[in-house]
Write a protein that binds this ligand. Structure first.
Ligand SMILES: Nc1ncnc2c1ncn2[C@@H]1O[C@H](COP(=O)(O)OP(=O)(O)OP(=O)(O)O)[C@@H](O)[C@H]1O
Ligand SMILES: [Mg+2]
Length: 347
């Protein structure tokens, strides 16, 4: 497989994205003003507790937000590049402006932006062989013959660490183990060489050894193919392994953004610090209780005023944090944080 060489051009820019669910009980602001970008070939880690809007952010990019959810504000700019070197041309499309059922997003989904997630059984149909499903994806997006599609599928399966790929191709999804199915799903997602892979907790259901193998596999494929990865997880250990940049989400908002080293060695937001304290430390005696983050994530219909984390925050400043909504500020060297400890209001 040819290595892809590319500069660090912009790939995707999400600006002030708001995706809400309109339910009888009220409005859930699943994604509430999220801004971030991903450069070509870069891995962005997205972390945060359950329900903070990680998956809905990914669904918004792919325009697969389920009813009754919809994007209510913001833009998602996808930069597309054609040609090579000096003759390379760039065009930009705002994904929020596309018809979610239309041809343009269909041609982007799977081909330019691919998704893998926790349960491969839901991305494969049980009644068709793995091979037919991967071939179908290839034939949909690439101008190749059936035989060529079969060769590409076998080649991708092999690349994804399935040694007997010409046998696997004839199998049904339920005939494979969890780890093999996950590899087959990655093969299907990567068969069209997407420029962005959205990986939504792809290893959460696997044992630790298989997880480590899949992470190594993804890193290898990324290096070969030059794709960017948006890696969604609540596992900070996986973030440390995979990501270059990280965004930390809390209740639909990005509360901190930094390169992976700054985030781990110098976390700024009290929420990020709490998340880091909750990681099990190697060598720590198993009887010692781990720190968990105090308090519960608030009910999505009753979001606290001011900083939404204030009821759980160790650094809570009354009269400030429960009143004023913090804005993102640069705490130094591009390390962004949205917290009154850093914007001058708390001093
Ligand atoms: N189909 C839906 N209908 C209604 N509300 C939804 C739907 N999908 C997500 N939500 C709500 O949107 C918010 C964000 O959910 P999301 O699935 O993005 O969280 P997450 O960060 O991916 O969590 P997890 O770590 O559990 O996967 C939650 O409050 C959730 O209840
Ligand atoms: Mg999720």
């Amino acid at each position: 497989m040819a290595r892809v060489n590319q500069g660090q051009g912009m790939l995707i820019e999400v600006n002030n994205l708001k995706t809400y669910f309109f339910l009888d009980e009220g409005t859930v602001r699943a994604v509430d003003g999220v801004t971030f970008d991903i450069k070509r070939g870069q891995t962005l880690g997205v972390v945060g507790e359950s329900g903070c809007g990680k998956s809905v952010t990914g669904q918004s990019i792919l325009r697969i937000v389920p009813h009754p959810g919809r994007i209510v504000e913001g833009s998602i700019l996808l930069h597309r590049y054609k040609g090579n070197g000096a003759s390379e041309t760039e065009t930009v499309v705002d994904l929020t402006k596309l018809d979610p059922m239309g041809d343009e997003i269909r041609s982007i989904r799977g081909a330019e932006i691919a998704l893998i997630f926790q349960e491969p059984m839901t991305s494969f149909s049980p009644v068709h062989t793995i091979g037919n499903q991967i071939m179908e994806a290839i034939l949909l997006h690439q101008d190749v013959t059936k035989d060529e599609a079969r060769e590409i599928a076998i080649d991708m399966l092999r690349h994804c660490g399935l040694p007997r790929a010409d046998d696997v191709i004839n199998r049904y999804p339920w005939e494979l183990s969890g780890g093999m199915r996950q590899r087959a799903m990655i093969a299907m997602a990567l068969s069209c060489r997407p420029s962005l892979l959205i990986a939504d907790e792809p290893t959460t259901a696997l044992d630790v050894t298989t997880e480590a193998q899949i992470l190594t596999l993804m890193q290898g494929l990324q290096e070969e193919m030059g794709m960017a990865i948006m890696y969604i997880t609540h596992n900070l250990g996986v973030i440390a392994e995979m990501a270059e940049e990280v965004i930390v989400m809390y209740l639909g908002k990005v509360v901190e953004r930094a390169d992976v080293d700054s985030l781990f060695y110098d976390p700024k937001h009290p929420y990020t610090r709490a998340l880091l304290r909750s990681i099990p430390k190697i060598g720590r005696r198993s009887r010692v209780r781990l720190d968990t983050i105090e308090g519960m994530v608030p009910d999505p219909y009753n979001i606290p005023p001011g900083c939404t984390f204030h009821p759980r925050c160790r650094s809570f400043m009354p009269g400030i944090c429960n009143v004023i909504e913090p804005q993102m500020v640069d705490a130094g060297g591009g390390h962004l944080v949205s917290c009154h400890l850093y914007d001058g209001k708390g001093k």
